[in-house]
Design a binder for this molecule. Structure first.
Ligand SMILES: *[C@@H]1O[C@H](CO)[C@@H](O)[C@H](O)[C@H]1NC(C)=O
Length: 416
C-alpha cells in the first residue's frame, strides 16, 4: 500500500520538528518523566523551599503545573525554581513564590520535550534516572537524547479537560455514554477488542483532509466516543511488547466515514506544528498501568487497513517515529494484517522504523529500504470476532483494581 495521495504527501513536508517555548497542551499539566508514564513531578508541599520530587501520579494539585510567560507554576502562586540560582550541575529544584523576571524561575519547554532553564544551558533532569518516589529533581547540562531530561506533558485520566489544545475540533472530557454524533478525541488502546481508531467525523472524508479533526471510534461503548459499527473490522492483531502496544488489521473503514478508495494518511501525537493530528487527540491505555497516557503514538488508516502503535520508555520517540508518513502501515509497522483473525499476542519489539544498524534512512532518499521483518510474536490468543461491547466501568473514582482481562474474549467479572 502506498500513501501517495496529495494530502498524505503534503503532510510529509510539514512533519518537521517544531520548537516551542510552552508545551502544546493547555491548562494545568502533569509532567511525566520520559522514563515512566506512571510518575509525576511533584511539589512536596506548598511552602517556599519545598522539594520538587518524582512521585506516583495521583492527580493531586501538587502535580499540576501551569506554563505562563516562562514560569512553571503550581498551587497558583508558586514557581519551579533552581535553588539559589546555582548553575552547578546537580543543583536541586524547589518551589518558591513566583516573582516577576526571576531568572531562577525561568524555563522554556523545547520541541523535544525538555524543560530548559532559560539562558543557562541547563535542563530539568531526573537525578540518576531514578524513578523511586521522593527522588529530587535537579538541574543539569542539557544533553540531546538524554532520557533523564524528557518531561512529557499530559493529564490524569480521571481529570480530562474539555479541550487539551487550542484549535481543537472535539473534546477530551468525553463522558461515559456513547453516541454516533460524539466528537470525542480521547482514544484507548488496550487489546484487540478494546481500542479506538482515529477516523473522520463526517461521511466520505479523505483522511488527509480531516487529519486535524479526526475523532475516536471505539470498540467499547461507554467512553463517550462513537463506536465502530459491527462488521467494520475484518482482522485485528494486537501485540504487546516491552515498549509498546500495537494493533494492525484490515476492515471496511468506509463504515467509519473514510472515503472509498482513500489511500489514507498518518496521524500522530505531534502533527505538523507540534500539536497532535488530530489536534487535541489524547491516547490512554491500561497495558502498562491503569489509565496511563501514551505521549508518543503513530497510526495510519485508509479505507481498508489500519495500524496503531503507542510507545513508552526512553525509546518511545524512536519506536513510535512518525516521520515516515507516506510509507504506510506495512513499512512502518510490519506485523500480521491478515483478515479473518482477531488475536492478542505478546511480541518482541520491531526494529525502530527507518533505522538500519547505525544509519537512519530519511523519507524521499533513494533507494527506499525494505521494511524491517515483523518481530516474532508468541502467546497468541484468538477471539472469534471483535464487536462493540461495554467498557469496564470505573468505580470509586478510579479504575477498578480488577486486572482487565488479558484476553477479553473472556467475560469480565461482575462488579460488586
Ligand atoms: C524569561 O526569559 C525570557 C528571555 O530572556 C524573557 O523574555 C522572559 O520575560 C522571562 N520570563 C520570566 C518569567 O522571567
Amino acid at each position: 500500500m502506498h500513501y501517495t495521495t496529495r494530502s498524505a504527501l503534503g503532510l510529509a513536508l510539514l512533519t518537521t520538528f517544531v520548537s516551542a517555548q510552552t508545551p502544546p497542551f493547555i491548562g494545568a499539566l502533569l509532567l511525566e518523566p520520559g522514563l515512566s508514564n506512571a510518575k509525576c513531578m511533584t511539589a512536596a508541599s506548598n511552602n517556599d523551599g519545598a522539594f520538587v520530587t518524582i512521585q506516583g501520579c495521583t492527580g493531586a494539585t501538587s502535580q499540576k503545573w501551569t506554563f505562563s510567560g516562562g514560569s512553571v507554576k503550581v498551587f497558583g502562586n508558586k514557581c519551579l525554581d533552581v535553588t539559589d540560582g546555582i548553575t552547578t550541575d546537580g543543583t536541586k529544584l524547589q518551589i518558591w513564590t513566583c516573582s516577576a523576571n526571576n531568572p531562577n524561575q525561568n524555563f522554556s519547554y523545547t520541541g523535544d520535550n525538555r524543560l530548559a532553564w532559560t539562558n543557562k544551558g541547563k535542563c530539568v533532569d531526573l537525578s540518576g534516572g531514578r524513578l523511586d518516589d521522593g527522588n529530587r529533581i535537579q538541574s543539569w547540562a542539557c544533553r540531546d537524547n538524554n532520557a533523564n531530561q524528557v518531561w512529557n506533558t499530559g493529564y490524569n485520566v480521571n481529570q480530562l479537560p474539555q479541550t487539551s489544545q487550542n484549535g481543537q475540533f472535539g473534546t477530551n472530557a468525553c463522558g461515559t455514554t456513547s453516541s454516533q454524533t460524539a466528537n470525542c478525541q480521547t482514544a484507548w488502546i488496550n487489546s484487540a477488542d478494546d481500542f479506538c481508531l482515529w477516523a473522520p467525523p463526517n461521511p466520505n472524508s479523505a483522511i488527509g483532509d480531516i487529519e486535524r479533526e479526526a475523532i475516536a471510534w471505539c470498540t467499547k461503548s461507554g467512553r463517550g466516543s462513537r463506536t465502530i459499527p459491527d462488521g467494520t473490522l475484518k482482522g485485528v492483531h494486537f501485540v504487546k511488547t516491552q515498549n509498546y502496544v500495537q494493533i494492525t488489521g484490515v476492515g471496511d473503514f468506509t463504515k467509519v466515514n473514510v472515503r472509498a478508495g482513500d489511500a489514507g494518511g498518518e496521524l500522530d501525537n505531534r502533527g505538523a506544528d507540534g500539536k497532535g493530528n488530530p489536534v487535541g487527540g489524547l491516547v490512554y491505555g491500561n497495558t502498562f498501568g491503569a489509565g496511563q497516557q501514551y505521549h508518543e503514538w503513530t497510526t495510519f488508516i485508509s479505507d481498508s487497513e489500519f495500524c496503531i502503535r503507542a510507545c513508552i520508555g526512553p525509546d518511545a520517540t524512536k519506536n513510535c517515529n512518525h516521520i515516515y508518513d507516506v510509507m504506510g502501515c506495512y513499512w512502518n509497522m510490519p506485523a500480521n494484517y491478515d483478515a479473518g483473525v482477531f488475536e492478542n499476542c505478546d511480541a518482541d519489539n520491531d526494529l525502530p522504523m527507518g533505522v538500519y544498524g547505525t544509519s537512519t534512512w530519511h523519507q524521499g532518499v533513494s533507494p527506499t529500504p525494505p521494511p524491517h521483518p515483523a518481530a516474532s510474536s508468541s502467546n497468541c490468543q484468538a477471539l472469534p470476532t471483535v464487536k462493540v461491547t461495554p467498557a469496564q466501568v470505573k468505580r470509586n473514582g478510579g479504575f477498578e483494581k480488577v486486572v482487565l482481562p488479558r484476553f477479553p474474549g473472556a467475560t469480565p467479572a461482575p462488579l460488586a
